[in-house]
Design a protein around this ligand. Structure first.
Ligand SMILES: NC(=O)c1ccc[n+]([C@@H]2O[C@H](COP(=O)([O-])OP(=O)(O)OC[C@H]3O[C@@H](n4cnc5c(N)ncnc54)[C@H](O)[C@@H]3O)[C@@H](O)[C@H]2O)c1
Length: 370
């Protein structure tokens, strides 16, 4: 592999994947293709932007001609596809944008790669299209152990008998998960129909540095700091399985290089938390690191009307990835959440730039030509 396009590399997970590949593989040319929507932020990549094996291209994955030319010009061998609209609440308000980017964008990218790779004498040899997806495509699991665990940081609790496996039937409920499910099907169809070497992975909730502060953990860290309300859906009973973002990037590296073509891998940390419990952990950690009395800000919690169609429980079984490719999460949750809270508190300028919209102005002046 010599030249790899990573789409969505200015986003949360994408920026960690770009950083890992640029630093670990100096012989690869890494092209970060990102449209820089509200969620894309080049400040996520300041530490690697000057590296000789890295380039940024502002483009829309839906632009077939541009993406085809880019692949041809740079003789692209691999694509790691993360670009997407990713926020469930936004998908409920505006499902069309999700269908456009996640479904049509993925299809357009597949078609561009197919057209380019099939024009080569070696066709698909040495090529790979790796699509990053979510556990949300599997739908929702039941909560069968509702007592759960108290809110202190401790070993993970298991809140039900079932897990999502690679063979679990798709059953998406939100416009976001429906659009991701559709894109997964297109990727697999390109393998089955045209023989394109594809891989799909489905990962649980990620947390860590550089996540856009509309998502629970960074939003709440910032709100606690500024003593703003913490809006919790329903009773906060919904369970999510949390993975430190750098561990997801490590998994993507392992799977991109050693995963079986046409296969699917689930990625997760066996780390289930009820929303309300994780929120309490975040409050206690922020309070402690800011020198406040631990738990002082618990009264910021404000229960709000539940999200429409809110899935109760997600829990990934990533045993296959461990058994076949030897991947396991490197960080315990206690360590990961401490690092995460510390990062957001230490990088207040990054947060303020986003919440004040400063970074959008910066892009407008820099990339006004496209
Ligand atoms: N965040 C999670 O917990 C999680 C979990 C599992 C899977 N995923 C998947 O991982 C991928 C990345 O998620 P994330 O949380 O980093 O998302 P994100 O919203 O932080 O980043 C998405 C990036 O894609 C870019 N983008 C959006 N539309 C584009 C387009 N049309 N053309 C080019 N670029 C475009 C945005 O500018 C942004 O930089 C997504 O495919 C998501 O479905 C996310």
């Amino acid at each position: 592999m010599k030249t790899i396009i990573i789409t969505g590399g200015a986003g949360f997970i994408g920026s960690h994947v770009v950083r890992l590949f640029v630093n670990k593989y100096p012989d690869y040319d890494i092209i970060n293709v990102d449209k820089l929507t509200y969620a894309g932020n080049l400040a996520n990549l300041r530490d690697i932007e000057g590296k000789p094996n890295y380039r940024f291209v502002k483009a829309d994955i839906c632009d077939f001609d541009f993406m085809f030319d880019l692949m041809k010009t740079h003789r692209v061998d691999g694509i790691i596809h993360l670009a997407a609209e990713s926020h469930v609440d936004r998908s409920i308000k505006d499902p069309f944008t999700f269908a456009r980017t996640n479904v049509m964008g993925t299809l357009s990218l597949l078609q561009a790669a197919k057209t380019y790779w099939e024009s080569l004498p070696e066709r698909y040899e040495g090529k790979k299209f790796y699509h990053i997806s979510t556990d949300e495509v599997y739908g929702a699991l039941e909560l069968t152990h509702p007592e759960g665990k108290p809110s202190e940081i401790s070993a993970h609790e298991v809140y039900g008998d079932e897990f999502f496996h690679e063979y679990t039937k798709y059953n998406p409920h939100s416009p976001y998960s429906a659009s991701k499910a559709s894109s997964d099907h297109f990727v697999r169809a390109f393998h089955d129909t045209y023989g394109m070497p594809t891989i799909v992975t489905n990962c649980s909730n990620n947390y860590g540095p550089y996540q856009f502060p509309e998502k629970l953990i960074p939003l709440f860290i910032n709100n606690i700091r500024h003593r703003k309300p913490l809006p919790v859906y329903g009773k906060g009973e919904n369970v999510r399985d949390w993975l430190y973002v750098v561990d997801h990037a490590r998994a993507i590296d392992v799977i991109f290089h050693n995963g079986k073509i046409a296969d699917t891998y689930n990625i997760g940390g066996f780390n289930e938390w009820k929303n309300i419990d994780i929120i309490k952990v975040v409050i206690n950690t922020v309070d402690r690191l800011l020198g406040r009395k631990e738990g002082e800000d618990l009264d910021l919690i404000t229960y709000v009307t539940d999200r429409q169609g809110h899935d109760m429980r997600y829990a990934i079984d990533s045993t296959k990835l461990k058994n076949e490719l030897g991947w396991e999460p490197s960080l315990q949750f206690e360590e990961g959440i401490e690092k995460t809270v510390r990062w957001y508190l230490d990088n207040q300028e990054w947060m303020d730039n986003i919440t004040s919209g400063e970074y959008e102005k910066y892009y407008e002046s820099m990339y006004a030509d496209r």
